[in-house]
Design a protein around this ligand. Structure first.
Ligand code: SF4
Length: 393
């Protein structure tokens, strides 16, 4: 079987206006002095990737960060133009840009749209003033609603909003009210993430000193349940554990991750998957630029996936898709009949306990287990797969 062409590209923009209290991403806070040199470097990294693996056209491009909306539309246009020159874009390509509400106005949004962006993903994180202050965010909920309206007028095909729950001082009721106020504006796509305390963040430091009071686990589970019910009754499809959309508005780029398809990536700290390798670029914006300017590879880590590892990833990622689930026919096509049988076998005890549902050659995680998938994932890690010709698309 021929391997499918790589049709997805991620570009990382590290610049951020301030550092949020929970954030462990690769970011470069403050000055944009390096921005033009950085964009040149990312374009050169794209040149390298395209020379190594010429294919396309791209079905999706995702510019994430960091805060890509700190860049001018002309700078975003340079990145997008280079990707299009190198690989081409499919006729209905989805081009996403992450935006911080405090960094955009109507003119800037029109500029991004003119540069080719079709989908805006806005990190609102909360719709409550006090919570936003705790998170170290420099905007209020009214800014989120204003940007949503401006994005619609600018003509984006889809506008998504991210929120977090399980925040310090948050109750189930305050969470419900915040989510409800967002739903009045009816974004096309909503991502909801439970707060996780990552090492080397402001929140981790506060937690160590006993200065962080988080809601109990039972309340966090109740927040997830409330969200599921509220979004369902508002017409949203819960298509991935943390993602809901109006019909026809799913994020195709992220679907490619969950289908475990290959993707190119460029930029500081960027992760790529070009089978059998997963790679991570070095962190440190200046070091990244210097490495590229010296004509060297920015890759800092490279993992070569064997068949059990690739299969385990495919299963765990596929089970995150709550509606379509893991397609066993796809597993068979990519990894062979023995692998598909091994997955089916491993699933049997979970099906018997109601932790998985088997339907139409698919395995599906029940929505109520969205926050409790670990027990299910463990079952598929390191599956003992008999050697078979593996073909990973
Ligand atoms: S804006 Fe996003 S990437 Fe930047 S510091 Fe905040 S959470 Fe991190």
């Amino acid at each position: 079987m021929e391997r499918a062409a790589t049709r997805h590209l991620y570009l990382h923009v590290p610049f951020c206006p301030t550092k949020c209290s929970y954030c462990a991403f690769v970011t470069h806070v403050g000055s944009l002095k390096l921005a033009d040199r950085y964009i040149d470097a990312v374009c050169r990294e794209m040149d390298r990737a395209a020379a190594l693996r010429p294919c396309g056209p791209l079905d999706t491009v995702y510019i994430g960060g960091g805060t890509p909306s700190m860049l001018e539309p002309a700078q975003i246009e340079r990145l997008l133009r280079r990707s299009r020159e190198l690989w081409g874009w499919a006729a209905d390509a989805e081009i996403s840009l992450e935006a911080h509400p405090a960094t955009v106005d109507e003119a800037r949004l029109h500029g991004y749209r003119a540069a080719g962006v079709t989908r805006l993903s806005m990190g609102a994180e909360s719709m409550r003033h006090g919570e936003l202050a705790e998170l170290g965010r420099s905007h209020g909920p009214e800014t989120v609603l204003r940007v949503l309206g401006a994005a619609r007028r600018a003509g984006f095909k889809s506008v998504g909003v991210d929120l977090m729950y399980g925040l310090p001082g948050q109750s189930v009721e305050s969470w419900r009210r915040g989510l409800g106020s967002l739903l009045e504006a009816r974004p096309d796509h909503i991502s909801l993430y439970p707060l996780s305390i990552e090492p080397r963040t402001v929140f981790a430091h506060r937690e160590r000193r006993g200065l962080l009071t988080l809601p109990p686990d039972g309340d966090v589970a109740a927040m997830y349940d409330r969200a599921c019910r509220l979004l369902r009754s508002s017409g949203y499809e819960h298509y991935e554990i943390a993602n809901w959309s109006l019909p026809g508005r799913r994020c195709r780029h992220n679907l490619a991750y969950w289908h475990n398809h290959e993707f190119f990536a460029a930029g500081v700290g960027a992760h790529a998957y070009l089978h059998p390798h997963r790679t991570v670029n070095l962190s440190g914006t200046r070091r990244y630029i210097e490495r590229i300017e010296a004509g060297e590879s920015p890759v800092a880590e490279r993992e070569t996936l064997d068949v059990p590892a690739a299969l385990g990833e495919t299963v765990v990622l596929g089970l995150r898709l709550l509606q379509e689930g893991l397609d066993l026919a796809d597993v068979r096509d990519r990894f062979g009949a023995a692998a598909s049988s091994a997955v089916r076998e491993a699933a049997l005890p979970l099906i018997a306990r109601g932790l998985l549902v088997s339907r139409d050659e698919r395995l599906i995680l029940p929505e109520r287990l969205g926050l409790l998938g670990n027990e299910v994932w463990q079952r598929f890690v390191g599956l003992n797969v008999p050697p078979a010709p593996a073909q990973v698309a």
